[in-house]
Design a protein around this ligand. Structure first.
Ligand code: ADP
Length: 296
């Protein structure tokens, strides 16, 4: 608590009176601590590849200046470290851009099957390297969603990327898309007047549900609630080795919050993981058509 003490202004009365007010600042303190932790984590994540890069440059400019074999060996590692920093800075920028726009309502109409299949096509090389197949089971009548196509691409890029990255070799990633009557409990309500909301008051309406299932090692249950925290990794070394930044699922969570959607992770250790995205369906015209039909 923050306690403030000040004189009570009562000009017509004699004697001194003071006003003591107490303010609950625990939320502010918690936010400030989270911000400080985030800056510390981000700096640490950048410092490791940066120190290694500087070390290699010093070696190549000093003792190994004329050593062609050292150049051949170190340059690919240096490129790798540079790319790692690039990915990290790109993810940090994405997160801050999403936060800046968090309260603006997206307005594009987005067909998820097209968007997801385009992303999968862009991952062909990665899939070939891992001998992994992405298969689709998408309802042909899947309604569109109202959203920001670039940000929704980031959501499915991250989920498909993780499914291939953490999936076994010679395995299958399955993307399933359905329309469901309602999102899960805990899904944000569409506010009054929001483009994808109902005309009268908040409600949980029809949703598009897309799940990405892999056949990887799976994730122990206790980690599931923490996966969307920034820099949280189940296995830090493995994530780094795979080129992960630890920010992918944090980006997914923030984008979905802006779209009033939700991410539900599920996993069976030894069998694989399923990440399910719920987004409110853009159903206004269909809704009003259905309403007028039922009134006839
Ligand atoms: P990263 O860049 O490390 O992959 P993410 O934010 O995308 O970061 O994911 C956070 C962590 O969640 C990962 O480090 C990994 O431990 C775990 N994770 C995410 N997706 C999967 C998956 N499909 N299978 C197993 N573990 C996963």
């Amino acid at each position: 608590f923050e306690v403030r003490v000040g004189p009570l202004a009562q000009p017509d009365r004699q004697g001194a009176e003071i006003l003591v007010s107490m303010h609950d600042v625990s939320k502010l303190v918690r936010l400030e601590r989270m911000r400080a932790d985030f800056v510390a984590n981000a700096s640490h994540e950048l410092r490791t590849p940066l120190s290694s890069l500087v070390g290699f440059v010093e070696t190549l400019m000093g003792p190994a200046r004329e050593d062609a074999e050292a150049h051949d060996r170190f340059l690919p590692i240096m490129l790798d470290q540079g790319r790692r920093m690039q990915r990290l800075v790109e993810d940090l920028l994405s997160l801050s851009r999403i936060e800046i726009n968090e309260h603006s309502v997206p307005t594009e109409t987005v067909a998820l099957p097209d968007l997801i299949q385009r992303i999968a096509r862009g991952m062909e090389l990665k899939c070939q390297a891992k001998r992994c197949a992405i298969v689709f089971d998408l309802d042909p009548d899947l309604p569109p969603v109202i959203g920001d196509a670039d940000q929704l691409s980031q959501v499915f890029q991250n989920l498909l990327d993780n499914a291939v990255k953490y999936g076994r070799r010679d395995s299958t990633v399955t993307v399933t898309g359905r329309v469901v009557e309602q999102g899960p409990a805990g899904m944000p309500m569409a506010p009054h007047g929001a483009p994808h909301g109902p005309p009268h008051g908040p409600r949980r309406g029809p949703c598009v549900r897309v799940s990405v299932r892999d056949q990887g090692e799976g994730i122990a249950r206790e980690h599931l609630p923490r996966l969307t925290e920034r820099f949280y990794r189940v296995d830090r070394a493995r994530s780094r080795q795979m080129g992960g930044t630890g920010l992918g699922l944090a980006i997914v969570k923030h984008v979905l919050a802006r779209h009033r959607g939700m991410l539900v992770p599920d996993s069976v250790v030894g069998e694989g993981s399923t990440f399910t995205v719920y987004l409110p369906a853009a159903h206004r015209q269909a809704d009003s058509a259905a309403r007028s039909t039922s009134q006839m």
